[in-house]
Design a protein around this ligand. Structure first.
Ligand code: IDP
Ligand code: MG
Length: 147
């Protein structure tokens, strides 16, 4: 049956990923895994994260005892931030990443290959369409700061 070219749910085609400091040395292989799995990069930047943006991005974890460790990890080196596009992008990336705890991740997943434990897990991916939208806005559409 003929499928109309616009017969795609546009609300679930984008997600945000951050290649974390420990993932950066494997960035080529990680990007290759995105493309092999039908996820294309549509925006890309390398940035040093700040306290301010991390407190916003990890607001759900600010009260956790491990937050200072997470903050230090995320600020230990520049990271790569990307918008990925593809069908069911959020779900697809989360499956490709594996679970938060890299020690429990399947060896074929990004966290299974390149992560170490529940903190140092190589990659971030949005966990819902709603959060993908918020995170894309946070990292790519924020007003430029005056200098
Ligand atoms: P997710 O990255 O799989 O979505 P979240 O619960 O949103 O997991 O946590 C964000 C990040 O905080 C994780 O990717 C990991 O780096 C860190 N983290 C989460 N839970 C723990 C924990 O119990 N101990 C230490 N670090 C954690
Ligand atoms: Mg999360």
């Amino acid at each position: 049956m003929k499928k109309a070219s616009n017969d795609v749910n546009v609300t679930n085609t984008k997600t945000l990923t951050i290649i974390k400091p420990d993932g950066m040395k494997h960035i080529d292989e990680i990007i290759n895994m995105f493309y092999e799995n039908g996820l294309k990069i549509s925006s890309y930047k390398i940035e040093q994260l700040t306290d301010e943006i991390l407190e916003e991005h990890y607001s759900h974890l600010l009260d956790k005892p491990f937050y200072p460790k997470l903050r230090n990890y995320m600020m230990s080196a520049p990271v790569a931030i990307m918008v990925l596009e593809g069908e069911n992008a959020v779900e697809k990336l989360r499956a490709l990443m594996g679970p938060t705890d890299a020690t429990k991740a399947d060896p074929d997943t990004i966290r299974g290959k390149f992560g170490t434990d529940i903190t140092y897990n190589a990659i971030h991916g949005s966990d819902s369409d709603e959060n993908a939208k918020i995170e894309i806005e946070r990292f790519f559409k924020a007003k430029q700061k005056r200098i």
